[in-house]
Every structure is written in C-alpha cells, then in structure tokens.
Design a protein around this ligand. Structure first.
Ligand SMILES: Cc1cc2nc3c(=O)[nH]c(=O)nc-3n(C[C@H](O)[C@H](O)[C@H](O)COP(=O)(O)OP(=O)(O)OC[C@H]3O[C@@H](n4cnc5c(N)ncnc54)[C@H](O)[C@@H]3O)c2cc1C
Length: 372
C-alpha cells in the first residue's frame, strides 16, 4: 500500500498536519515513537500561551490570527474547550525587545492594545510588582491553549477522517524510492511503509534525521506553585511575560486549578534529546523564586510540581517550514525555539497546502532555512 503522505512525529505540529491532510481526503499515515500527547518532547506541561502582538516579529501576526481561527474551528469540531482568552501583558523597560517588539506588531497590524505605566499596571493587576521604570503592552486576545487537549483533538479528528496513526513506533530512517513519481520508504522498528511524500515534524528529534540542521536543544523547567490568592485566578489575572535585567525573560499563567505555572524563557542548559536532565535542582527552584519574590510575590507559595521540557532552537529562533533542498518529496517543519505551539493549527494547514499543491495563504520566505 502506498500512502499519500507519512507524517513522522505527532506532537503539536504533526498532529495538526495529519488532521489537515486527512480532512482533505488524503491517505495519511502518522507515526510517533511514544503515545501522544506525552511528556518527553516540547509540548507537555498542560498549557501554552497564545498572543497576537508578537514581539518576535510582526511577520507572525497574520499566521497567529489564522491559528486562532483554526483553534476555534477545532473546538467546534471536537466539542472540546481548547483556548481561554485571559488577556496578556508584555512587561519590561520601554526599550526592551519584548515591549518594543509587541508594540510594533500591535501598531503595524492595528491590534487592540493599551500601553500601561508601572503604576497603572499595579492598579489594574495588584498581584504584579513591576519595577517603576517598567511599562507593559496589554493585549486582550492573549490567553491559554490547553496543550494536551489540542494534540488529542487534532489526532482524534485525523483518525475520524481516515488517517492511520501508529504509536510506540519509532521511525529509524527514511529512504528515497522511485514510485510512479518519486516517493519515500520509511523504516520503523516494526515495519516498512511507502508514501509519495514525507513530512518530518519530529520536534527536538529532527536532527536525528537531518544532522546537518544546526538545531540546539535547550533544557527548560516549568514550575507550579500554590497560590491561594484569588488575585491570581484567570478572571483577574492574565498571562504575562517579563523581560528584566537585560535579556532575562520569565512568564506566568493564572491559576487554572493546579496552581500558578511560571518559567524562565531561554537561559537553560544546552543538551541533547538523549542526555536531557529530567530532575530539577533546588538551586533552580530558588532561581525562579527570586523572580517571583521580586515581580509576583503572591505566587511564591509551596512548590507543587516541576517538569522538564525541550526547546529545539534554530540559530535565529525563527521557524523553518520548507521542502528538503535536495529531495522535494520531503518537508520539514521545525517550529519551536520556545514559541511554536500557538501556531500549530496554522502550520498543519500550511504543510497540508504544500503537500497538495495549494498556494499557502502566507509568504513562507521568512521560514525557509536561511544561510548562516
Ligand atoms: C517549556 C516550554 C514552554 C513553551 N511555551 C510555549 C508557549 O507558551 N507558547 C507557544 O506558542 N509555544 C511554547 N513552547 C514551544 C512549543 O511548545 C513548541 O514549539 C511545540 O511544542 C513544538 O511542537 P513539535 O510538534 O515540533 O514537537 P513535539 O510536540 O515534541 O513533537 C515531536 C514528536 O515527534 C516524535 N518523534 C520524535 N522522533 C521520532 C521518531 N524517530 N519516530 C517517530 N516519532 C518521533 C516525538 O515522540 C514527539 O511526539 C514551549 C516549549 C517548551 C518546551
């Protein structure tokens, strides 16, 4: 049997891709080394932030707007709640990358937003304790994606539309194969499969298939703290990102029932998929507590849980979504660098467009792998 497309890796990107391809009637095989959603890659830890005033670059704004539409469509199709809009704050000095970048995206794309001084921020969100020289970009549409539920919903819809999904089946390698046109052969621990096109969405494991890609795997720790203060409930308290002390970033979520989740963004140790340390040291807890004591003292409660996750970083932290430069029947999507989840629904659609010869609605030039 020859599949139209094999998708390797069914995390955030692969589950969305399998869903979009199957919805278009393609004969899809999805393979994952674990049973997604799982806690070994880049997508676990319950929640992910979605935000529109994109500080990383304004080019992402139309893509995140499409992602919002598709997440809402998926909510309707699956009958599951996937996204909760809490509003969002980007907090830092006025000339910080975070505040400058979010403001630029908001202005260029005419997004609803407000600029708040440190005093205004303290008045509106008393749990937050910014330095007096900090300001914030407030955007009302930012919020929380329920990450496991998003992946499950995409996989369920993919299967409903006829995709074959095989879990606990690691792909060992792929090879070119001459079919009617050019195709691929995929070898797994259990067997061998053929397809016209191959999509590799293997997250932090992509380099095991394409060692020439200069991806850096970065260890990241997520923390949950007890926060009995009602000021940290989602009705009063939005998702928030901070840039402080130069280029340090940290972010937090409201208490959605399991305590307040906080983490640093970047600054983790560079590691490998096989060598990543899963245990969390007391010094790491102390480090995040020092940020909480300074900016969010109400969240400096008892430690409830921690988990370790991996960022797969491109050199400039922008995504790669492109065909293989030599073998056009192979597509690769590395959309992490610590900020990809929110786009997964849109990236699934883009990859399905590319596979079916449909013009994607976005110019993908910025997401081609760039010369270093
Ligand atoms: C701690 C943390 C916080 C983050 N916060 C945010 C946020 O708030 N907002 C946001 O938008 N983004 C955020 N991100 C980034 C986002 O989570 C990632 O961009 C996204 O999860 C990447 O999805 P992926 O599909 O590329 O990888 P994954 O979801 O890890 O999927 C890769 C899949 O490939 C499978 N696989 C690997 N090798 C093989 C093989 N040989 N055979 C078969 N299957 C294989 C794996 O089992 C896995 O299921 C965060 C990331 C981390 C780690």
């Amino acid at each position: 049997m020859i599949f139209d497309v094999i998708v390797v890796g069914l995390g955030a990107m692969g589950s969305a891709t399998a869903c979009h391809l199957a919805q278009r009637g393609l004969h899809v095989l999805g393979l994952d080394r674990f049973t997604p959603p799982h806690a070994f890659g880049s997508s676990h830890g319950e929640t992910r932030i979605i935000r529109e005033a994109y500080f990383e670059h304004p080019v992402y704004v139309p893509m995140v707007q499409r992602a919002y539409e598709l997440w809402h469509d998926l909510e309707k199709e699956s009958g599951t709640s996937l996204l909760r809009e809490t509003g969002g704050l980007m907090i830092g000095k006025p000339d910080s990358d975070l505040v400058k970048g979010a403001r630029l995206s908001a202005q260029l794309h005419r997004l609803r937003h407000e600029m708040l001084t440190a005093d205004e921020l303290r008045q509106r969100f008393p749990a937050l304790h910014p330095d007096s020289d900090m300001v914030a970009v407030w955007e009302p549409r930012a919020g929380v994606l329920f990450a496991d539920a998003c992946i499950t919903a995409h996989l369920t819809q993919a299967r409903r539309h006829g995709a074959e999904l095989r879990y606990e089946e690691p792909v060992l390698r792929w090879e070119l194969e001459a079919l009617e046109g050019d195709g691929v052969r995929v070898l797994t621990a259990q067997g061998e499969f053929r397809a016209r096109q191959l999509i590799v969405t293997a997250g932090a494991w992509i380099s095991t298939f394409f060692p020439e890609l200069p991806l850096r795997i970065e260890r990241q720790v997520l923390f949950w703290f007890d926060a009995p203060d009602r000021a940290l409930a989602p009705e009063h308290y939005p998702v928030h990102l901070w840039q402080f002390d130069g280029r340090r970033f940290f972010y937090g979520f409201p208490d959605l029932g399991n305590g307040v989740k906080v983490a640093f963004h970047h600054g983790g140790e560079i590691t490998t998929v096989d060598g990543v340390r899963r245990e969390v040291e007391p010094a790491e807890v102390e480090d995040i507590r020092s940020a909480l004591r300074r900016f969010l003292p109400a969240a400096d409660g008892e430690l409830r849980a921690t988990t370790v996750c991996m960022y797969a970083n491109t050199p400039d932290e922008h995504f790669w979504i492109s065909r293989h430069p030599v073998n056009p029947q192979v597509l690769i999507a590395s959309a992490c660098s610590g900020h990809g989840f929110k786009f997964a629904s849109a990236i699934g659609e883009i990859l399905a467009d590319l596979c079916t010869g449909t013009q994607p609605r976005f110019d993908l030039t910025p997401f081609r792998r760039r010369p270093l």
